[in-house]
Design a protein around this ligand. Structure first.
Ligand SMILES: [Fe+2]
Length: 257
């Protein structure tokens, strides 16, 4: 795997709340309304660790033209426009949040916080999505047995995952195979946007269902997109995520059920 595949992965996987997308309209309005930092203080404000606003775009972990049934044009556009746009917008929102003061109107803070969550989770999920592509689509290893234990057979789980993706077709969102940290259970989750996924869980396999992830190649054809997605899954990457999630479960899991 390229260096890009492992970039920031542990931190991404530790994110549990997944979040709703949309253009950065409110942040622009907020930027006009928020007071500028005092002269000489801008660098200090923007240097806070929580709101640096300097996230970078993670390169594709595979050659854009190397996938089976997903075109180079689609993958490049998705990565360079949609994903990179989310990173740029997250940076912009963080920089605006770094400027808030006790005098900032609460509705502006609320709007910025909503956009912050959407763009942060969009970044996280896009990186996980691209990182779990580039494989040969053949399941093996620990995830195979874990899926069989959870769903009867791993093929039965794939039926559920496909159906979850189909349910989001023509709209937006993500289908996610997630590892629940408190119970150690596998869950198949449908998130209608960037903000609706399972709390306290680690994404193991991320399937994007926003139309920009397939429309260029398939129009409204969800079924051929799902065929192509599963044919390109890198199950070695999923197994690495499962191993790390199980380790996290031993550290933080306290409840059963
Ligand atoms: Fe996307």
């Amino acid at each position: 795997m390229s260096a890009g595949r492992d970039h920031d992965l542990t931190r991404r996987e530790a994110l549990a709340a997944l979040a709703a997308s949309g253009p950065l309209l409110l942040a622009g309005a907020a930027a006009a309304a928020l007071p500028a930092p005092p002269p000489g203080k801008e660098d200090a404000l923007n240097s806070k660790a929580a709101l640096v606003g300097k996230h970078t775009v993670v390169p594709l972990p595979f050659a854009a033209g190397s996938l089976h049934g997903l075109s180079e044009r689609l993958i490049t556009s998705h990565h360079d426009n949609n994903y990179a746009g989310a990173v740029r917008n997250l940076n912009g929102v963080e920089q605006e949040l770094a400027r808030i003061t006790p005098a900032t109107p609460p509705f502006l803070v609320a709007a910025l916080r909503e956009r912050e969550l959407a763009f942060r989770n969009s970044k996280t999920l896009h990186e996980a999505y691209f990182a779990n592509l580039g494989g040969d689509g053949r399941r093996s290893g620990a995830i195979e047995s874990a899926l069989a234990q959870a769903y009867g057979t791993s093929a039965r789980w794939q039926e559920q995952m496909r159906a979850t993706g189909m349910g989001l077709g023509g709209g937006s969102g993500w289908a996610i195979l997630a590892f629940e940290l408190d119970t150690g259970a596998l869950r198949t989750v449908s998130s209608g946007g960037h903000t609706q996924a399972l709390a306290n869980s680690v994404p193991l396999l991320v399937l994007e269902m926003y139309e920009h992830s397939y429309q260029m190649d398939f129009g409204a054809g969800v079924t051929p997109y799902l065929d192509a997605f599963f044919a390109n899954v890198d199950w070695n990457e999923v197994n690495r995520r499962l191993e790390r999630a199980r380790h996290m479960h031993t550290l933080v899991g306290a409840n059963a059920g």
